[in-house]
Design a protein around this ligand. Sequence first.
Ligand code: XLS
Ligand code: NI
Ligand code: NI
Length: 443
Amino acid sequence: MKDYFVGNTEYFKGIGKIQYEGAKSDNPLAFKFYNPKKIVRGKTMEDHLRFSVAYWHSFCADGTDPFGRATQTYPWRDSNPSRNARNKAEAAFEFITKLGAPYYAFHDADVAYDGETAAEYEKYYLEIAEYLKELQKATGVKLLWNTSNLFSHPRYMNGAATNPEFNVLTRAALQVKTNLDVNVTLGGEGYTFWGGREGYMSLWNTDMKREEEHLGMFFRLARDYGRSIGFKGTFYIEPKPMEPSKHQYDFDAATAIAFIRKYDLQDDFKCNIENNHATLAGHTFAHDLQVCVDNGMLGSVDANQGDRQNGWDTDEFPSDVYETTEAMLIILRNGGLHSGGLNFDAKRRRNSTDLSDMFISHIGGMDAFALGLLAADKILSDGKIDAMKKERYSSFDSGDGANYEKGLCTLEQLAELGRKAATPLISGKQELLNNLVNQYLFS
Ligand code: XLS
Ligand code: NI
Ligand code: NI
């Protein structure tokens, strides 16, 4: 077991490396469908899925909710901030290694005590970053992305880059600069902006145009600084419509992409799509992924799921295989995740309090995406659904329809054709397609 923990303490005693045991296994601590080395469409499952563990949910969130105190008692907690950060990092790397996820992701405030003063912030963060580098080297775990927590501290109550007070914006800039420095030290593959407080609560006190311009400027400066110090990864904007702000500026994929283009950031920025944020915006996970793929803007994925009965960001571990199937189909059509990954921005329920629940929740999420990948592969290999979709547009493949797509028709010509045209009712075959999906999934 020693291989799988670093430092002096083993935090997850009695749990070894999680193995693939197949669908018939009754071991809750084994993969049923995720078989990392299995080849699907010429690539291992591990390389397709690029799983990442989110530091904030798995090693920081303690079950506190607006109505109740902490329920998780993490054995690595220590009142000394430096020791606390080191213990937590050792627990994190033990967990990630035993789980067999190749990546992790974090906010500055997850890995280090963020202190009150700027000097404390830099001291504690840079100190732990050096240790994270050692742990990455010792275990082979890599950084998918890091990000700045620009929403927890009271100073950000009116926003960070969109704060009406310039001095708060500069404090946020210190965090972003430090995070980019740390990212380069750790060889990160991406850097994420999630603007929980970049939005407004009331237009009576908000100059939306000016705030958005400040945000665009801020992103540009981050891009320029990152590139100047050798950051080669992708910058991600993670859309979310609301919560904690009433209205967030990066509302959904379409809004974020329009913003990226407006501020001329398209060569460096892409989207990080989170299922539960898409559903909060009134879309589906598949919708926001497809919007990204259609615009060459799919960066990375925060893998979780919401609850159909309530309208907030419950960040549950993925288990809905219909959703993971659609997601993986879109991702495969995109040629994969490239430098992005499937990052479990997901938390155990407040009453899932065993340390083993940390493994069980991730195992379930990984199995759900493995099932999605296998089903998507079947759908693509069989080709029936793609063929039906193509056939639906076949009137644009030749003749006047093809000319229309090439921009060779005037409105008068179309009107002339329209005068004589029969306009057939052609079934969309939605139920047939639903039935086919069930056949792929369950036969
Ligand atoms: C919150 C977001 C957050 C980002 C990183 O809703 O999902 O966790 O992923 O700041
Ligand atoms: Ni997220
Ligand atoms: Ni979320």
